[in-house]
Design a protein around this ligand. Sequence first.
Ligand code: NAP
Length: 252
Amino acid sequence: MAIPKSSVGGDPAPRTVLVTGGSRGIGAGITRELVARGCNVACGFANSRDAAEKLRADAPENVLLVRYDLDDEVTAESAVSAALDRWGRLDALILNAGQWDGGRLSEMDPARWWRIIEANLRGTAALTRAALPALVRSQNPAIVLVSSVVGLIGHAGDTAYASAKAAMIGFARSLAKETGSDGVRVNVLAPGFIETGMTARVSPEARERIARSGILRRFGTVEEIARAAVFLSEDATYCTGSVLTADGGWSL
Ligand SMILES: NC(=O)c1ccc[n+]([C@@H]2O[C@H](COP(=O)([O-])OP(=O)(O)OC[C@H]3O[C@@H](n4cnc5c(N)ncnc54)[C@H](OP(=O)(O)O)[C@@H]3O)[C@@H](O)[C@H]2O)c1
């Protein structure tokens, strides 16, 4: 598989980005933002094929649907191969797919607890390993991990999810040190509470309490987080190992 050199400024060829969990929520927003910027997007989906098909229908030339399952390392390899077969290059990887499940430690069944750790972490290493050989050929290669503000400051009822999201930060900072000499930037985005299917399960009372305790006094939108993710993947050319918090000041 030939992988041409890619570049920023001056290169007429569009960037190619693989987005996991691109079918819904924040990932769908990232896909739309990248397409609006003229990028090609390999959009990962696991269960939501119909939603992913709608994204492709809006931009068939620029969106390739790739089946990617956090639990299945084979799909990590096949997702990268599909992007390279279609566009011959990979410039950025946005590791957005994730799962939430909560409960106080004393009340949470250990199997459920470990399930959240595994779901959020396992695919991170597998997909990064699969993508790196292609990424190092880009002139502006980047990896963005979508963590969470609860991985930074904690949240009652979230020991599993917060542990997984905190681990992503350690992963990113170590990987940044490993890949910096190849020019691969690795950064983390830590959103606060964002209006998506993931937070639709939050009760109205908790929602109001959370919104009130943030400085901007509201949940964030998918579009706001998508712009931050795309900034890290494309424009933040002197940032690596950094964590960008996008939480309306909730963690202050
Ligand atoms: N919403 C928030 O308030 C918030 C805050 C901080 C961080 N985050 C993080 O942001 C990321 C996106 O969250 P979201 O709010 O957009 O969630 P969402 O609306 O629930 O969407 C989750 C996405 O992840 C994908 N996904 C779930 N399980 C998967 C699996 N086993 N394999 C592959 N893909 C899988 C889903 O794909 P399918 O539907 O195709 O299965 C979907 O595209 C997550 O990592 C989340 O932890 C969210």
